[in-house]
Ligand binder design. Structure first.
Ligand code: URA
Length: 257
């Protein structure tokens, strides 16, 4: 190929670099930033700034219109929390509901209140039943939540269970067959891995997330669930995270790439 034609096929390095740096250094007005990350409303921002609570590195911010990169911003001397988007893992205890609004104890009672004041607010990545314990992901990144919960994603999720009656051994092949149908549904479940540790305990790995799926699958073979705990989502597990019940930790979303 002639030299000129070859160079025309290469991407313009400067342009790629410019787009990349624009994406990662997304500067914002200070008032918008305070509201985006849940510190205060845009209307309250001038008061925060006048009180000297906001800085960009060593420089005190003087005006709500001043533009700052979120990762450089300090509020009350502390770096802005999750400046590139909120990604966290929570070890959900039993008795907490995965909802923003319902009555009773909510998973958000276990998380910093500011997370709900972010815009967009923190949300659950999928849900666990009120009595299910285990790994629950939390994020404010709509694209991430959509990617993770998309029915085409087939990300493996591992659930440890105990049941009130023995699980029949045949359930292992039934669940892995890709032909097992849940009551009231026409579409068979995707092949699922069932491992029995004892007569009434084991784990189930699912690649989809239907309503009460583990409970319904085990009930359908005569083994109602007593306890249910999600121990892993993809490569991320409670063991690796070393979380105690009710605790949360930031995570790197790249683990799901
Ligand atoms: N399957 C269930 O039955 N419940 C959950 O909470 C998660 C998966």
């Amino acid at each position: 190929m002639p030299k000129k034609a070859l160079s025309q096929t290469r991407p313009d390095f400067n342009l790629v670099f410019y787009i990349f740096s624009f994406i990662i250094t997304c500067v914002m007005r200070t008032d918008a930033l305070l509201a985006r990350f849940g510190y205060c409303s845009r209307r309250e921002a001038p008061r925060w700034i006048r009180a000297g609570r906001c800085a960009a590195g060593e420089r005190l911010i003087q005006s709500p219109a001043e533009k700052v990169e979120p990762a450089d911003m300090l509020v009350d001397g502390e770096p802005v929390e999750f400046p590139r988007g909120l990604f966290a893992a929570l070890y959900k205890p039993a008795g907490f509901t995965c909802s923003h609004r319902e009555g009773g104890r909510l998973v958000f009672d276990l998380l910093p209140a500011r997370w709900l004041r972010r815009n967009p607010p923190a949300s659950m990545v999928g849900r666990l039943d009120k009595e299910t314990t285990g790994l629950l992901l939390i994020s404010d990144d709509g694209a991430f939540i959509h990617r993770m919960t998309s029915p085409n994603r087939h990300l493996p999720k591992t659930y440890e269970f105990t049941t009130s009656s023995p699980v029949p051994k045949e359930a292992v092949s039934l669940f892995s067959s890709g032909r097992w149908k849940l009551e009231g549904e026409n579409k068979p479940c995707l092949p699922a891995l069932l491992h029995l540790r004892g007569e009434r305990s084991g784990f189930l790995v699912l690649r989809e997330g239907r309503y009460h799926q583990v409970r319904r699958m085990l009930a359908s073979v005569g083994a109602p669930v007593l306890t249910l705990k999600r121990t892993a989502v993809g490569l991320l597990s409670l063991d690796v995270l070393k979380l105690a019940e009710g605790e949360w930790r930031p995570i790197d979303p790249a683990i799901f790439d």
